[in-house]
Design a protein around this ligand. Sequence first.
Ligand code: M6R
Length: 607
Amino acid sequence: MCGIMGYIGPKDAKEVLIDGLRRLEYRGYDSSGIAVLDGAELRIARAVGKISSLESLLGKEKISGNLGIGHTRWATHGRPSENNAHPHMVNGVAVVHNGIIENYAELKRELISKGSVFRSETDTEVISHLIDSYLSKGEDLFKAVISAIRRLEGAFAIAVVSEKEPDYFIVAKNFSPLIIGVGEGENFVASDIPALLPYTRRIITLSENEIAKISRDKTEIFDIRNGVQIKPEIKTVDMSPSVAEKEGHKHFMHKEIFEIPKVFTDTMLGRIDRENSELLPDELAVRTMDFSRIIIVACGTSYHAGLIGKYYFEQISKIPAEAEFASEFRYRNPVLKKDDLAIFISQSGETADTLGALKDVKELGIPTLAICNVMNSSIARLADNVIYTRAGIEIGVASTKAFIAQTEVLLMLSLFFASRRGTIGEEERKRLINEFSRMPGILKNTLKTESYIKEIAPRFIRSRDFIYLGRGINFPVALEGALKLKEISYIHAEGYAAGEMKHGPIALIDEDVPVLVIANRGSNLKKIISNILEAKSRGGILIGVITKGDEETKRLLDFAIEVDETDEFFQPFVNSLPLQLMAYHIADMKGTDVDQPRNLAKSVTVE
Ligand code: M6R
């Protein structure tokens, strides 16, 4: 939710922190701040708004030093303001925090009763006061941080620096991501890998309940619960710093949409044997195959991929499947059975609702499988099995390429189950596997719809409402198209199952309301055409995603985006691209902040 950066070494800490925070800005961008040990004094700079505001402030303040911590915030407790921005400092000890301290209110009451004076509305400030209270009992910094952490409930990744300890800083983690970058005579910490790539590719991923003391030349890691020292495992990441660059695109979202054909290829690599029309077990082989129902749990865009997955598992594998919002699933005591398989989908692998649901399901002893994009993320590590989507780092807050990769994994998985259970004939399996090979080319072609979309987008920048309609497997695609438009253009958009339109939403349609209909050739086309006619006769502006050459459907529409014909199970891939591009160009023309839309953050690590 928020981004953390830390540095110790010969470089100007302020420069490293700002550079890292820029690369972490997608995690939160309503305020930011740094604390740098300048001589014997910890100097703090904090600003409301994006990192650029902090940079302007630092242009005026002369701060320099070789040890510091920084933070970019997505507000949870307390509105965005300078006082609520991190770091929070008490008596020469500064703290930055990503996560939520659930028992902060009772801790705050206790600390106030003992004389602490709070200056912010944040939950984080209790950590600073707790550390201070243990320091004043005579504990050293390391011990005081451990004592403070033991009082905390909830999720956190923290970094702590003290004026009295100029040779190291401390980080600790429980269910919020934190990685250490190992350099030569310098060390770094960050919430995510892109922040470290310009400096080092050697990383240590902190696990739950670990605390680390970081100095220039060494990193010592301990288990918070028992103080036992842990040998750090350094891994070299194979990523280029350019993953965090726009590489000529105006926005990350645009770059990421254009990466989709490659992402599709990468995600199936080594998982499909095209010659023998087989799916290779690899990680697709879920430990237990002995399940009678699949429950898919996710949030936002990942939930929409899950809805498509439900369709795949039922239609292809013939396994009953449900898709659930993680935030609802957790709190309604769902009836689960030992022979269920629970699948958790998350791009970031850190979403608090999904992670919480996974923990609950694991406690019941039900087999779990994660579909994640971020390697070693909390959800990936906690589930019994993980299948990684290989979408690469997704920086645009609006998820695009990860959605395609998640849906692709679900399709491969459903085919894998179907093969193993004998619910699919050989011919059909071969046909679908062949379609996988055609897909990257078709997706490349689909990106060419951009020029037409750019041409029609100006017509919609003043629209206040949009309706997206789809049927069957394209209903979740309509939901996802509407979500994309909402989140980046701030235009109200609703996705509906096209058949439901006449049961209410049709009342919204008039000449000011564009209706985007997914109307490829296929089993539902006739029914979709009836829905198009219903909307048209109420004066709606009809935009359709249709199959190339379908002149009959085209004639009914005001605007037609033509895509290649493909098997129905693959239509979600082909249809999603124009919807993503449509949202992108409308938002760009409106001049909104496409990559960092208001009020959002890339990964939502709070419930
Ligand atoms: O990282 P996750 O896939 O768990 O994130 C889930 C949602 O927060 C995410 O998909 C969100 O809806 C995106 N902003 C959609 O573009």
